[in-house]
Structure formats: C-alpha cells, structure tokens
Ligand binder design. Structure first.
Ligand SMILES: Cc1ncc(COP(=O)(O)O)c(C=O)c1O
Length: 416
C-alpha cells in the first residue's frame, strides 16, 4: 500500500517502509537507511509535483522517520500490569515535589516563567553551575532535539552508537542530517568505533552514559578519550539521563567537561530518579555560546509552572533519591545474579549501571516468548526488535515485590 494516499504522485513509497521504529528493524549495516531511504534526489522534484498534490506534502526525511514507540502501560488485552518498560522510578514522586505541583494549581491562568529562573537557580546551586549556561525543555528529549536543530542540517552527519537511545535517529533525521551508526563493543559504546566514524561532515556525537537500552557505562577516562579525539567543531552530546543512579566514584566527568570545553553539552532529566516523568522537565549545560544558540529555537514556554516547582522541590529530596539509588543498586545486583543462574537456559544479562537491565535470550526460549509470558503473568517489559535487539528484553528495576514476582515468572517461563 502506498504511504502518501495519492498526495505525492511518483514519489510515494510502500507504507511498510515507514514502520514505527519499534516494529521495523533499521538496517544498521547501512545506517543512512535510517532516514535517507525515502529521499528523492532534488532533481526529481518539480514545482508541478508540489502543485498537483491534493494536500500538504511532508518532507521526505520526515516521513522516513520511524516514530518513537513508548513503553506500553497496559497488557495487549487491556489488563493493568506492573509497568517495568519505561525506566520510571518505582517509588513514585517525592512527597515535596507532589505538594509543590499541587500548589501550583492556583496559578494555571498565568504563563510559566519563560526564563525558568527558579529552576536554573536551583540547578546552579545544586550542581555548582552557572545559571546563564543552562538550557531546559519538555524533557531532555527536547534538549536533544534542540541540539540537533541548532548544530546539524542536510549534508551533516551525526554519530551515535549502534544500540543507543531511539530518539537520536529521530532528532537527526528531523533536521535532514545523516545518521551514522558506530558499531558497539559487546553492546557497549565503543569509543574507537565512534572516532573512526568521524568525517569532515560530522557535526555531533550523541552518547548516553549510562546507555539506554543496554545499561552499559563508559568510564571517565573513556569519555575524556572520546572528547580528546573529536575535532573541536564536533559537539559531543553526553546524555546523562541515568547518571543519578551511579555511585559517586563512577561520575564520568561530563559536567566538568561541559564547564570547560567549548564543544560539550550534558543533558539531564527529572524523569528518572526524581520521579517526575510526567512533569516533562529536562535540562542541558554547555558553553555560553552553545546555550545562546540553542535558546534561539526553543519554544518560549515549555513545561508548566507546576512542573518547574516540582522539579525544584525534587532536587532537595535527598532521602528519596538516596533510597531510590540504594534500592536500585541492590535489586539490580540481585536480578543480575538471578539471570546468571539461568545461563543454562540461554539467558545472559548485560552488566548495567542504570535503573534497568538488558537481558539477552540466546537459548531455546526467545525474548518474544518471554515478553509475552511476562505480560500474561502481569509484568510489562520492553522487547526491542525495532532497535536491532529482537533477542533482548529491557527490564526496569522495580520494587522488591515487583522484582520477586517478575523473577519467579521468568523462571517459570524458561522452565527453571
Ligand atoms: C538515554 C535517555 N535520554 C533521554 C531520555 C529522555 O527523557 P525525558 O525526555 O523524559 O527527559 C531518556 C528516556 O527514557 C533516555 O533513556
């Protein structure tokens, strides 16, 4: 079936080529297939084509994007299940943040502060940053998009690792740039592979540390080596969505680099350990010049006043954060040990430093079978065929009760 419903005569492609990212497996051996496959050479376009179209015609590179597929919140049959598919905080939201959000209901008729001064001051105080060098957005997703929109366009290349956050190809293709996928090293980020992929067209490198969906981590030395190997005109975007789950000694030095280097942007979020995924507050830190450029394309108002106040309050919820980190560390280790005992069933866990683990199914029971079995048992996790991981399940570390139940269900499914 044609994807353009007759709106783009002579240029349409089969709808199957635009399958959502979560359903189609991108051709990672030929990374430009991620969004260039649907492009038509400029010469093939004519004004007549545009005029003949019965409705506005989206840009080819936009229609070539496989849409982001969020983690499911319900079983396929509509049953409520334990959601371990989106790396949210299983302990909810800090009470102080919830109270701050509620209190803001009195100010709904007022636009939020476009300069987000309260948030910037709070972040600057908490992390020792210059408030003038902060950018913020509706989730760190928006900050990632702003970076691509500011520094890359058609003809430019953006590099990211083979198994990494699925927003990177979307942010790249959205601005008409070319995605370049660097091979992994046993599922982890391979600094040498990224450096080898750099060309004179490279404008940005996206990496997440810890990485999603693998949970793998690059040390401070590796991050420094990556930065040192990049030409100065290439922006290194260090996505630290999960960094608060790290032990202090595992700090990868990203913020220190962003404080001093002219080509490093660190992004962070309130969606994970701070328990505010629905508030949609993310931020970034870089040189004054980078931040100034990015602000020019930012929507004037992003998250609402309730979200901003909740984020400021959550920053101070030290006990909640420490408890979340400690619990995650303990149960991630227990979970990894459990999976190790299922090695004879073909299961293997990728060592994680995040609030989730990637479990690989390399034996008789497939990841798809386990995914369906877990859903049947009341647990929804993330199966990743659209990210070239049809043999992988990404499982968020939940409460003790959730993890105990999930492990028991998994053992039953694999026949242990
Ligand atoms: C690596 C990574 N970066 C960024 C984000 C975006 O988070 P948010 O837009 O909620 O801040 C996520 C969310 O899952 C993520 O896993």
């Amino acid at each position: 079936m044609c994807s353009c419903a007759g709106r783009s005569p002579g240029r349409c492609r089969p709808a199957s080529q635009f399958l959502p990212f979560g359903e189609a497996e991108p051709d990672v051996a030929h990374p430009t297939a991620l969004c260039q496959a649907a492009r038509v050479p400029l010469k093939a376009r004519t004004m007549t084509d545009e005029r003949l179209a019965a409705a506005p015609v989206p840009k080819d590179w936009i229609m070539a994007i496989a849409p982001y597929v969020p983690g499911k919140a319900k079983a396929d049959d509509g049953r409520a299940v334990v959601k371990l598919s989106s790396n949210e905080n299983p302990f909810g939201t800090p009470d102080v943040a919830r109270a701050a959000y509620r209190a803001a209901a009195d100010a709904l008729e007022i636009y939020p502060d476009a300069a987000a001064i309260a948030l910037r001051d709070a972040l600057a105080g908490h992390y020792g940053l210059d408030p003038a060098r902060l950018i913020y957005g509706t989730g760190s997703d928006e900050v990632l998009h702003l970076a691509a929109g500011t520094f890359a366009g058609p003809g430019d290349e953006i590099i990211f690792p083979r198994f990494s956050f699925s927003v990177y190809p979307i942010a790249t293709c959205r601005v008409g740039a070319t995605p370049v996928v660097a091979p992994d090293k046993d599922y982890a980020t391979d600094v040498d592979a990224i450096l080898a992929a750099v060309t004179e067209r490279t404008r940005m490198v996206f990496i997440a540390n810890p990485n999603n969906p693998t949970g793998t981590y690059s040390s401070r030395a590796e991050i420094a080596r990556l930065h040192a190997g990049l030409p100065p005109h290439v922006l290194l975007v260090l996505d630290q969505a999960y960094s608060e789950y790290l032990d202090p000694e595992d700090d990868d030095g990203g913020l220190d680099l962003a404080r001093t280097a002219p080509n490093v942007l660190v992004t962070r979020t309130f969606s994970k350990i701070f328990g505010l995924a629905s508030a949609r507050v993310g931020w970034g830190y870089a040189s004054a010049e980078i931040i100034d450029a990015m602000h020019r394309i930012r929507a004037p108002f992003s998250f609402g006043i309730g979200s901003e106040r909740a984020a400021v309050a959550a920053l101070g919820a030290a006990d909640f954060i420490a408890h979340s980190r400690d619990h995650n560390k303990e149960w991630r280790a227990r979970f990894e040990a459990e999976i190790a005992t299922l090695g004879n069933k073909g299961l293997r866990v990728v060592p994680s430093k995040a609030n989730f683990s990637l479990v690989l199914f390399e034996g008789a029971v497939s990841a798809e079978t386990a995914y369906k079995g877990l859903m049947e048992a009341g647990y929804i996790v993330r199966w990743l065929p659209g990210q070239a991981l049809p043999h992988g399940l990404r499982i968020t570390i939940g409460t003790a009760e959730q993890m105990t139940g999930l492990i028991a269900a998994l053992r039953r499914i694999v026949g242990a």
